[in-house]
Design a protein around this ligand. Sequence first.
Ligand code: NAD
Length: 253
Amino acid sequence: MRVGIAGIAGRMGRLLVEESRAAGHEVIGGTVNRSPGPPDLPIMTLAELADAADVVIDFTHAGTALSHAAAMAEARKPWVLGTSGLTATDEAAVDVAATRIPIVYAANFGPGINILLALARQLGASLPAEQYDAEILEMHHRQKVDAPSGTAIALGRAVAEGRGVSFEQSMESGRHGHTGARKPGAIGFAALRGGQVVGEHTLLFASASEHISLSHRALDRRVFATGAVRAAAWVRSQPPGRYTMTHVLGLSS
Ligand code: NAD
């Protein structure tokens, strides 16, 4: 498989080169923004990359989502998208592109977190929202530019799906000052930033008489690159549509 990597100079981009090659794929080049890319690989525009590649893996910046969605749909090539911090407008553009090409878009490409997402949905369905308060705590490295993390939001969405409620109306994030009492049914978020933490997430359900928590700690961001390369091999044979890592792993239909 010929793989193109958008954001090839980034932390994820460099790991994606290594992991693609380790899986036996050919890396045909990539796109960069400011930093120079690897000296041994051609740097091109996204349109050129999409034309030349069988699949493009994209871990860049949310500001690229609109133009990348248009270019990928135009090139009619599968797209594995890992960039976090997408706005509702960006998400809508991904949905439009997904009518023409297959896209795997996941907040977290690690297998462990995707199993946790399935469990979060199950616990959301099983534990009554009026008795069990859902709170999500995450910590990431000091360079991370968005909060809460895409993975924390995905966990919150899974709980809301399990509860059969709107995530947007349940989300309670960035508490500060005189907030008043916790809203019944809220899904709360807290974000810590510091050091070089790759990614830590805890989902807590707290009732008056018990606490249940699910925790995940990514020790090496390579786990995301390995998952994204696996998604790239999978998405090639899919019809147009928007998929997530749970589809790649066979955890959802
Ligand atoms: P990074 O800052 O090290 O790398 C991003 C790279 O993209 C940088 O080199 C930047 O110059 C480049 N870039 C920005 N705009 C570009 C453009 N228009 N064209 C080409 N390159 C461009 O960050 P990172 O740690 O590699 O993470 C990248 C993204 O992936 C972030 O949004 C991060 O949150 C996300 N991420 C997702 C997962 C996941 O599993 N979904 C895992 C890790 C990181």
